[in-house]
Design a protein around this ligand. Sequence first.
Ligand code: HPA
Length: 273
Amino acid sequence: MNEIYHKCLEAAEFIRTKFDATDAIGIVLGSGLGDLADEITDAQIIDYADIPNYPKTTVPGHAGQLIFGYLNGVKVLCMKGRFHFYEGHDMKTVAMPTRVMKLLGVKALILTNAAGGVNRSFKPGTLMVISDFINYMGDNPLYGANVDELGPRFPDMTRALDPEYTALAIQTGKDLGIDIRDGVYMGFRGPNFETPAEIRFAEKIGADAVGMSTVPEILAARHCGLKVIGISCITNMGAGITGEVLTHEEVQETADRVKGQFKELIKTIVARM
Ligand code: HPA
């Protein structure tokens, strides 16, 4: 058996001894957006450290817990904290929890992140539903021997972000009166914020936002046939756009400012899915 698949199966088997996530909505909470987990009722929590084959997260603000329960009455399986490529994990490790979600029978996955705005009509605080993506991370979780048990060698990415769920997410944001947009997410390796020249490059090739996560998870999800929605919280404009320097504090401050809206958005989306 493929080694990656074996590791995913072990993790899923362990999680299944704690709860049944069949048909739950999977949610991955990005930087500064972890508070949504507090809204989950009847919560059962597993620390990543206790799950076989899961590494430890190293980023401040990423707690590293898998939380099962109900959000707005809907069964959810929420990852508070994710594994990033820039932490030094390889792509297969970064993508493992997505594959585990699939093995647990999750119905769809909502991936969230903090991102830099490239589209000049965005503002810090804009929420962007990801309509498509550019993999500029220089690596891919699907690289190497294909995990045939999960999906095909050459997966299609034409509708990588589920069109129906994406439309539902945008409509939900509009119904709630939120500054919601859609656009293309471009994944960089990080951990540095991009240079102004890289932001101009991103703009030219069609990106609306840049970030350091989510791309591996979308790739792994589409490979195994798991439907995905992506939502970026634009926490700052990309380097060079305003002339201000970028800091992780600014990212966290903006995420903090919009977290009320963000929570309402996700709660309403899951109820409509
Ligand atoms: N670039 C990359 N990742 C980010 C940014 C950014 O400007 N803001 C939040 N995450």
